[in-house]
Write a protein that binds this ligand. Structure first.
Ligand code: HEC
Ligand code: HEC
Ligand code: HEC
Length: 360
């Protein structure tokens, strides 16, 4: 907090965590943390602060938190929202702030919320009837791109007769509850465990990659008519959502990307050499500067690797600084993930070769 802010609250030395690293997975964020260790080591030393070390669980929590805060999108644009309300013909059937049609209910009550989730949930729950009303009148069923749902919410908040009332704050979305709702609401029957897809529904990890909450909500709506048909065909009742249920399911979808851990060990092996790790970390029992990582407990999990690297960063930094054959390794894209898969597979091989042979 001394150096970084979240939505502008906190220090100004480092970037704001609400905007940096959007859409990055756990290991990409770990890579980003790692990349800035040299500067951080210098800053911390110059200020006489101790290097913050982490347990594996703490590192997982802190990266998860940095990922989580991005779930709270910025509010939409009420000007654009007014335009969508007109163009998408919501105004034909819905009243807001005393003007609009009365074929559907007035939408003023949604003005109590900041986030657009409840609006999206209302549309989902009433989707079937709404689509009927639309087709009776020859009005095309609206679809959403980008942050249009958030814009609509911002417009409803501005135009509504309730606008001066207090905001109703909802409990923060809970991806773990979302995971169980994903099962109990039947999503898992077509989209599979962890949303990885089945012949009856697409892989949602790809579909939700890099999307924020308002965008995922829009996407859910866009597909809801077809999903409803698919559900009817498979005898699944179209689920209704209450209170924060849709927000929780969306948080779960948002977190799918976080745990992207399947990497490429061959690429990882190349990286181990290219990034200079091999120069210090013995692979063959010859004396080197750093420990043999295939014997390390730390490399057995992605978080363990990230934590151990972080905690040892100052020691590595001092060693690298006095050598001219190694540069400070930096990680882009999924390199950290691939390196982790490689180190894990080596550690597993060393362990299965049994005691006595591990120091070959
Ligand atoms: C052709 C008319 C029509 C259009 C156009 C239409 N709706 Fe609706 N909408 C309805 C009807 C009818 C209902 C109530 C359905 C029911 O009773 O289940 C409804 C329900 C809703 C609800 C749930 C209301 C509640 O009280 O919980 C929301 C939210 C909503 N619509 C939003 C929208 C938005 C946003 C748009 C534009 C993108 C839109 N609607 C366009 C007819 C329409
Ligand atoms: C009966 C099968 C079925 C069930 C149950 C189901 N879906 Fe789907 N879902 C589909 C199909 C089929 C598509 C693709 C539809 C299309 O292309 O418009 C889809 C599309 C989606 C998409 C958009 C994916 C993309 O590629 O853009 C999301 C998000 C989604 N579903 C989430 C959910 C959630 C959340 C639930 C549970 C509330 C759910 N689905 C339940 C079959 C299902
Ligand atoms: C200049 C030498 C050097 C380079 C280059 C280097 N390391 Fe290290 N590394 C060390 C030293 C020395 C230690 C032990 C530091 C300590 O004990 O505090 C260490 C410790 C570690 C640990 C902790 C092991 C454990 O079991 O706690 C991991 C993991 C690690 N390094 C991974 C890497 C990776 C991955 C790379 C390449 C991206 C790399 N290192 C590059 C010198 C280096």
């Amino acid at each position: 907090m001394g150096c970084h802010s979240i939505w502008g609250n906190g220090g100004t030395l480092g970037p704001d965590f609400a905007t940096v690293g959007a859409g990055a997975s756990l290991q990409q964020l770990a890579g980003m943390f790692w990349n800035h260790t040299p500067r951080m080591i210098e800053t911390v030393r110059a200020r006489g602060i101790e290097w913050p070390t982490f347990t594996e669980a703490e590192m997982a929590d802190i990266i998860s938190y940095v990922y989580y805060v991005k779930l709270f999108d910025e509010p939409g644009d009420p000007e654009l929202g007014a335009r969508w309300f007109l163009e998408k013909r919501c105004i034909v059937c819905h009243e807001v702030g005393g003007s609009g049609g009365d074929i559907g209910p007035a939408l003023d009550r949604y003005a109590r919320y900041l986030a657009p989730i409840l609006l999206a949930q209302g549309m989902w729950n009433h989707g079937q009837k709404m689509r009927e009303a639309q087709s009776e009148r020859g009005i095309p069923t609206p679809t959403f791109v980008g942050r249009e749902v958030a814009d609509l919410q911002a417009y409803i908040r501005r135009a509504s007769l309730l606008r001066d009332r207090n905001v109703e704050l909802l409990p923060p979305p809970d991806p773990n509850r979302g995971r169980s709702l994903f099962s109990t609401k039947g999503c898992v029957r077509c989209h599979g465990q962890g949303g990885r897809g089945t012949p009856f529904g697409p892989n949602l990890l790809m579909a939700t990659q890099r999307l924020g909450v308002a965008e995922i909500a829009g996407q859910l709506w866009n597909h809801s008519a077809q999903m409803e048909q698919a559900m009817q065909a498979r005898g699944v009742t179209f689920p209704q959502f209450e209170d924060t249920e849709m927000a929780d399911v969306i948080a779960f979808l948002y977190y799918l990307r976080f745990y992207d851990t399947e990497g490429d060990a061959r690429k990882g092996q190349v990286l181990f050499a290219e990034k200079g790790c091999a120069k210090c970390h013995a692979r063959d029992g010859t004396p080197r500067l750093g420990p043999d990582l295939s014997m390390s407990q730390a490399v057995l999990t992605p978080m363990g690797l990230a934590t151990a690297m972080w905690d040892h960063a100052p020691a590595m930094y001092d060693l690298i600084r006095v050598r001219d054959d190694v540069e400070w390794p930096r990680f882009e894209g999924d390199e950290m993930r691939d390196l982790s898969v490689y180190l894990r597979s080596r550690a597993a091989a060393a362990r299965s070769s049994g005691p006595g042979r591990t120091n070959r």
